[in-house]
Design a protein around this ligand. Structure first.
Ligand code: HEC
Length: 111
């Protein structure tokens, strides 16, 4: 085997590894955001706390028109009346970009 084809092989292997790891890396980023912004105080992955479970939110909004933007707006500006009598507070420290990462991740939680 030539040096060149070995390099190609190594590059292909690296690309494949990246391809496999990317989705979970994305989920880790989202989970870290949710953790640092204190969302888990009121939300769990499954099971109701103060607010609905992220899985419940995913099931309710999945496939709806503008799902991602609806969740982004709720995360940044707060929301009430969709799940119960408790209101979701606005989160002014969450950027639009970060809210999108979180919204995309929530959307993947639908079972
Ligand atoms: C003080 C408690 C509390 C905190 C902190 C909180 N939430 Fe909520 N969240 C709620 C409640 C209660 C609801 C249900 C509101 C409703 O019925 O519309 C909700 C609803 C939601 C929804 C669904 C939107 C909708 O239409 O109801 C999303 C998405 C969400 N929260 C994400 C987040 C994220 C992300 C964070 C962190 C940045 C966060 N929440 C922090 C209490 C909280």
């Amino acid at each position: 085997m030539t040096h060149r084809s070995l390099m190609t092989l190594a590059a292909t292997a690296a690309a494949l590894t990246l391809f496999v790891l990317a989705p979970s890396a994305h989920a880790d980023t989202a989970k870290n955001l949710v953790r640092t912004h204190g969302c888990f105080t009121c939300h769990a992955l499954s099971g109701t706390k103060v607010g609905p479970a992220f899985e419940t939110i995913a099931a309710k909004f999945a496939g709806k028109k503008d799902e991602e933007q609806t969740l982004v707006n709720a995360i940044r500006h707060g929301e009430s009346g969709t799940f119960g009598s408790m209101a979701m507070p606005a989160n002014t420290t969450v950027s639009e970009a970060d809210a999108k990462v979180i919204a995309c991740w929530i959307a993947t939680l639908k079972k």
